[in-house]
Ligand binder design. Structure first.
Ligand code: ATP
Ligand code: MG
Length: 876
């Protein structure tokens, strides 16, 4: 076997299977398309699932791919074993009801022993316990030594995922030699050490499991194989582990250079080097596929990987930000197969840098505090870190809980995760309401908020209520009463929605017998609703009983817009795919703004489909119901949200017919028909991979129509048509008229040019063996002068014509040389190079015709005067 680069191995594999009739397909993105069952693609077959189940017809019944994969479950093994990365590429050949076991095994063997020339005596295969068919092919048809065939149980060698298609597997292992082994006398394929490295898994999907453990044979069995490209490269290159493979090693080298640490010098620092190498690869690919760091779902995976890499950077003693620079190498090393990394390089680096910066600000302090917490716990004989401690690390220092868990586990401590989750949900409630503008308040006033009980919110069901004034804040100070000016009011209960979850706060009035106060905005902080009041008639005191009433019309518009956001999200997922996730939203009385993850601008067709789907569900008049339930129950009922620890013990679930189910604290209409109509106003990009749709509903649509009507009327007036239906016709007629007029001008211009031609020819001077015209023109466009010089050279083949043109504030030269003049050595391009240089311009062109910029207009006469000498010098 010969040392072969990773890129060459990939190509050898794909072309080998192409030669066996497979269709080659490039890697699918890491974010699954139209597949809610997984967060990230983790095997070559995953994006092809629907071809296996028969739900979709494949483009061909044999396919081959090299698929980008992410496996976070392997994260803790990365850097420690020789063979695990969170990111790797998986080579695979697939048969959708076409060929089966015999071909799969025969071709696998042919590829590894004949193409790659792996020595057969170091190859081992495993098969499923009772898969005698596979045994027979390996032992009797291929000729593998029976002592190298190992039968393994269901856990290792049977591929199954709930009910549905499943089947036995056969893995191919390479014996890397005793020095890589664990030394156990039982060490053989299947052992978790690195001696027998599994590098290829052949899955024979031949059964259907009815869900009760009854297996029936499939009429058309499938083949799905997966071979880790880096693992194979590791064998072919005779290196110790995945990270020493050519392209990956280059990344690791760059890291060890930044760290000033030599790879191979210390097992501990080697682990950190490998971890960073792996994580920076996964993160670069995740970001290029549209994932952005966040605290949930894929975003959390990305954040965890980046912060873990940053922490290992610290372990290596790297003090400065370094990860984003390493992305350059990752992009460079993957340029041939994954040019998208280079195309999006600046963006990827920016995301990495921002995340690294955020974490860097606190990582050192966090690590040392965590160290102290661990020491305290150990000293006190506690077996776990408290929920408060973990929460502090998360909240103040940005430590993902998994990172804390890992570091704690190194000291054999567990975490009180239940308490942590409870603190998280309390904090979320706080964060959601932290937008209330209390920054200018005195400490006492802020403290007052903490002491007040949470405001009871009645605004889901009613627009008005009685309430008691609990506090009045003026200029940040708490007072007992107020007669006028601007101030904030806090009540025991309210119908005013406090700005949160993207929905603006309510406006309205506070009244009692002789007082009218208007509420300009409502904020929410720590569950306490702060009513921002602007004017007052009468006075108000703490303890007063008052009537609160929201602006119903405005709130109704907000409700319509908010509910339309839910329908919009469901429609986007239906039209574009389940990768669509909410990335932000804003709802007020005029518009609904919805940001979501998607990679490309929506086509007109997609926009129309989304709009139509939303309106279809409005017109169906589906009931909108809200239920307060547990997160588990909500999940069962199919609520849209990623179920991390984000939610408290109770969640509010908003359901619109069967179309949309979301967790949401906002206010909604009770039937979709009340939205009236939904209209998209615009679609745009917010950041790479994040799109924004703005739309409006109900009266907003009417307003939009009114604006458009006005626009159409204005256009009709400007075009002087009585009937708006004639706008298009009239515009087309005017455009045609304009076109004709332009043409007429051109004709006239060329007539002028022709008339000038004779005059110019008459004035030509003799210059050695040729004739020369070098003149300024006036009142002509560049196009006309070009035509003119062409006509001049056609009229006299020994002529060199150089004309200057000044038009629209621009100054140019045009030069044309007749055939004989060119034969005598004249070269229009070179002439203009020299002539325009005299007046500070630039240009060049062909021997027979050229155009150049003239530079300084004042120097044009001098430049034209020099033409004669320039041309003479050029002649043979
Ligand atoms: P292992 O037991 O070594 O973790 P696996 O059984 O999880 O491997 P499969 O799910 O069969 O592996 O995946 C198919 C192939 O993908 C493997 O044979 C291997 O070459 C490769 N592979 C799997 N996991 C990883 C990983 N974390 N890093 C690199 N390559 C991997
Ligand atoms: Mg595995």
């Amino acid at each position: 076997m010969k040392w072969t680069s990773l890129n060459d191995i990939r190509e050898m594999y794909l072309s080998f299977f192409e030669s066996k009739g497979h269709l080659r397909h490039k890697s699918f993105p890491l974010v699954p398309i139209n597949d809610k069952s997984i967060l990230l693609i983790n095997a070559g077959m995953t994006p092809l699932k629907k071809y296996f189940t028969g739900e979709l017809e494949p483009p061909r019944h044999r396919m081959t791919t090299c698929q980008k994969c992410i496996r976070t479950p392997d994260i803790e093994r990365v850097g420690i074993t020789a063979r695990h990365g969170t990111f790797f590429e998986m080579l695979g050949n697939f048969s959708f009801g076409d060929y089966f076991k015999r071909e799969a095994i025969t071709w696998a063997w042919e590829f590894i022993t004949q193409k790659l020339e792996l020595p057969a005596d170091r190859l081992w295969v495993t098969i499923y316990l009772d898969d005698d068919e596979a045994y027979d092919i390996w032992a009797n048809e291929i000729g593998v030594d029976p002592s190298h065939i190992v039968r393994l149980g269901k856990e290792d060698n049977f591929w199954e995922h709930g009910s549905g298609p499943c089947g036995p597997c056969s893995e191919i292992h390479f014996d890397r030699g005793e020095e890589f082994g664990c030394g156990s006398p039982d060490c053989k394929p299947g052992c978790d050490c690195d001696r027998f490295m599994e590098f290829w898994n052949l899955v024979f999907t031949q059964f259907d499991n009815d869900g009760n453990g009854n297996y029936s044979r499939l009429a058309k069995p499938n083949i799905d194989t997966g071979m880790g490209l880096e693992r194979l490269a590791c064998l072919m290159q005779g290196v110790n582990n995945l990270f020493e493979v050519d392209t990956v090693r280059n990344i690791m080298n760059a890291i060890s250079e930044v760290a000033g640490v030599k790879y191979g010098a210390d097992p501990k620092t080697d682990i950190s080097l490998r971890v960073i190498t792996d994580h920076i690869r996964s993160t670069a690919f995740l970001i290029s596929d549209g994932v952005v760091p966040s605290n949930e779902g894929r975003g959390y995976v990305l954040r965890r990987l980046l912060r873990r890499a940053a922490r290992h950077g610290r372990l290596l003693g790297i003090k400065e930000l370094f990860l984003s620079d390493i992305v350059d190498i990752v992009a460079h090393e993957n340029l041939t197969e994954y040019p998208e990394l280079t195309e999006k390089l600046a963006y990827i680096k920016k995301v990495v840098r921002t995340e690294e910066e955020r974490f860097a600000a606190t990582i050192d302090a966090g690590l040392s505090i965590l160290g102290n917490m661990i020491n305290d716990s150990l000293r006190a004989g506690r077996a776990s870190l408290s929920g408060e401690d973990i929460f502090k690390l998360y909240d103040t220092f940005g430590f993902p809980i998994d990172l804390t868990r890992e570091i704690a586990e190194e000291a054999k401590l567990t975490l009180d995760e239940d308490r942590f989750k409870a603190l998280m949900s309390e904090q979320r409630e706080r964060a959601r309401s932290a937008r209330a503008n209390i920054s200018g308040w005195s400490d006492e006033s802020k403290g007052l908020l903490g002491e007040l009980p949470k405001t009871e919110f009645l605004g889901y069901d009613t627009d008005t209520c009685e309430a008691v004034v609990r506090a009045i804040i003026v200029d940040g100070e708490a007072v007992d009463e107020i007669t006028e000016g601007e101030f904030s009011l806090i009540f025991d209960r309210t119908v005013f929605y406090g700005e949160s979850g993207g929905q603006v706060g309510d406006t309205g009035t506070v009244t009692d017998a002789d007082t009218v106060i208007s509420v300009a905005d409502t904020k929410k902080t720590d569950g306490v609703f702060v009513h921002v009041c602007s004017t007052a008639i009468g006075d108000i005191k703490v303890g007063d009983k008052v009537t609160l009433a929201i602006d119903k019309t405005r709130r109704a518009a907000i409700r319509r817009n908010h509910s339309s956001a839910h329908l919009l999200q469901a429609a986007l997922r239906a039209v574009l795919g389940s990768h669509v996730e909410q990335a932000g939203s804003y709802v007020d009385a005029d518009i609904v703004r919805f940001d979501f993850s998607h990679f490309a601008a929506l086509t007109d067709h997609e926009l129309a489909a989304v709009e139509a789907l939303v309106n279809a569900h409005i017109l169906l008049g589906e009931p909108v119901t809200t239920t307060v339930t547990t997160p588990d129950e909500a999940k069962k009922m199919g609520a849209m949200a990623l179920f991390s620890e984000k939610y408290g013990s109770k969640v509010r679930m908003v359901k619109m017919g069967e179309f949309s189910t979301e967790l949401c604290g906002g206010t909604h209409i009770d039937n979709t028909a009340k939205i009236g109509l939904f209209k998209i106003i615009s679609e745009s990009s917010v950041a790479a991979g994040v799109r924004r749709i703005e739309g409006t509903t109900g009266l907003g649509v009417l307003r939009l129509l009114g604006e458009r009507d006005a626009l159409i009327s204005d256009a009709a007036r400007a075009l002087k048509v009585a009937n708006t239906a004639e706008i298009a016709k009239r515009s087309a007629a005017l455009t045609a008229e304009l076109h004709d007029a332009k043409h007429e001008i051109d004709v006239l211009n060329s007539k002028i040019a022709s008339s000038k031609k004779d005059e110019l020819l008459a004035g030509a001077s003799v210059c050695g063996s040729i004739k020369l015209i070098a003149k300024q023109t006036e009142g002509m466009t560049l196009d006309i002068v070009r035509t003119l010089t062409d006509e001049l050279k056609d009229a006299d083949s020994s002529l060199v014509a150089i004309l200057s043109v000044s038009c629209d504030g621009k100054h140019n030269y045009v030069c044309a040389c007749g055939r004989d003049a060119v034969a005598h050595g004249a070269h229009a391009g070179n002439i203009l190079k020299a002539v325009s240089a005299v007046s500070g311009g630039k240009g060049g062109g062909r021997p027979d015709s050229a155009t150049s910029g003239a530079g300084d207009a004042a120097k044009i006469p001098a430049a034209l005067a020099a033409a004669s000498d320039i041309v003479s010098a050029m002649l043979k």
